[in-house]
Design a protein around this ligand. Structure first.
Ligand SMILES: *Cc1c(COP(=O)(O)O)cnc(C)c1O
Length: 376
């Protein structure tokens, strides 16, 4: 290469910013504060974490046993196709195995979907006041995001349909929604699907499905069966109690699953996650107990918050959000000092609200007592 062209390459790369503008503007996802971090900072033990919608009952004991049995095999790469988990899910859901997506948490599947189907001219549509990860991943990938305001904390599907245009390739809906706990009405979803193109991929994130009243669940699998460009996302992180091993799944058409499969890394779901998820899926008694304790706890927390005169939003998930009508961050900090971690919602545009997830009944009582003390 001629010296003159070398120096011109150098000159242009010198003036090039280190990262593109869409990366510079990214704000990292703020995870719930880890228990060990708070305990270290305060020099205490037995802090309570109710900040990340984790399962208060721990993992399914059958999942723990399965992981223990698999420990001696971790010198091998995982089964990249996750044959056993895939077939267990296919039987459980009564769908063909090739319609399943498996991810390192369903967060990874959100990333796969955006990577496979989004682009600078292939945008994402979502609601305000929903899981921030959709917009974060889209932004990191340079995919434009259109957001539509909620109506009294519910998705405004009429306004979302009006905001839809042919450049929207992916729509993210969540029911029960995080952080509101609200659900989408089946009739509203039906109207929405009728108003947008069948070519648009609609993602129905059902991370909290297992906590929902059966009568309030979206019939997402019916939509997947009838409308090929629909994806339902589910996870083992919440009701199944396996957030730490990272495994989630999706159901869609074989065509979409094939494209997603091209962008994933070959061993994205690790060996322990595969055996744990398969065992947890079969542990019906554990799931029933989680459902029972969570629903009981939700009523306990809703009653306690009402008693303190705080506004709440009816929730079908394992968390509720509540309005302090004053700076939520200050109350969050005061609760931390009492050893209770909840979630501030300022990054959702709700600076006076906090979100708390259901713990054990004792943990819920501790949260309510701490909040009463802070507000006194
Ligand atoms: C927790 C959560 C998930 C699941 O995350 P994982 O990556 O599976 O742990 C997905 N969507 C929403 C809305 C969530 O709150």
């Amino acid at each position: 290469m001629a010296p003159s062209s070398d120096s011109s390459v150098l000159a242009s790369s010198d003036s090039m910013p280190l990262v593109p503008e869409h990366i510079r503007r990214l704000v990292p996802y703020p995870p719930g504060k880890p228990l060990s971090e708070l305990e270290r900072e305060l020099g205490i033990t037995h802090a309570v974490k109710l900040a990340s919608n984790e399962n208060a009952l721990g993992p399914s004991p059958r999942a723990v046993e399965a992981m223990q049995a698999a420990l001696a095999t971790v010198h091998r790469y995982p089964d990249g196709g996750a044959w056993f988990l895939r077939h267990a899910l296919a039987t459980h859901l009564d769908v063909a195995p090739e319609r399943l997506l498996l991810g390192n948490g369903s967060n990874e599947l959100i990333e796969h979907l955006i990577r496979a189907f989004g682009g600078p001219e292939r945008g994402v549509l979502a609601s305000e006041c929903t899981f921030v990860v959709y917009a974060l991943i889209a932004q990191a990938a340079g995919v434009p995001v259109t957001t539509v305001p909620t109506q009294d904390f519910h998705f405004d599907l009429e306004a979302m349909a009006a905001a839809w245009h042919p450049g929207i390739r992916l729509v993210f809906l969540c029911s029960p929604n995080n952080p509101t706990g609200t659900v989408i009405a089946p009739a509203a979803l039906e109207r929405f699907m009728g108003r947008i193109s069948d070519e648009t991929i609609v993602v129905l994130d059902e991370a909290y499905l297992e906590y929902c009243d059966p009568s309030e669940r979206l019939d997402a699998l019916r939509w997947v069966a009838e409308r090929p460009r629909t994806v339902t996302l589910r996870t083992f992180s919440k009701a199944y109690g396996l957030a730490g091993v990272r495994v989630g799944y999706g159901v869609t058409s074989a065509e979409l699953a094939d494209y997603v499969n091209r962008v994933r890394q070959p061993f994205n779901v690790n060996t322990l996650a595969q055996v744990a998820a398969e065992a947890a899926l079969a542990d019906v008694a554990f799931l029933d107990e989680v459902f029972r304790v969570t629903r009981h706890g939700r009523q306990q927390v809703l009653d306690g918050l009402a008693h303190l005169g705080l506004r709440t939003i009816p929730s079908q998930a394992n968390f509720v959000m509540f309005d302090l009508a004053r700076d939520g961050r200050a109350v969050y900090d005061a609760l931390l000092r009492l050893g209770v971690i909840v979630r501030p919602l300022a990054n959702y545009g709700l600076p006076t609200w906090l979100r708390v997830n259901m713990g054990t009944l004792d943990e819920n009582a501790r949260f309510l007592a701490a909040l009463r003390q802070v507000l006194a």
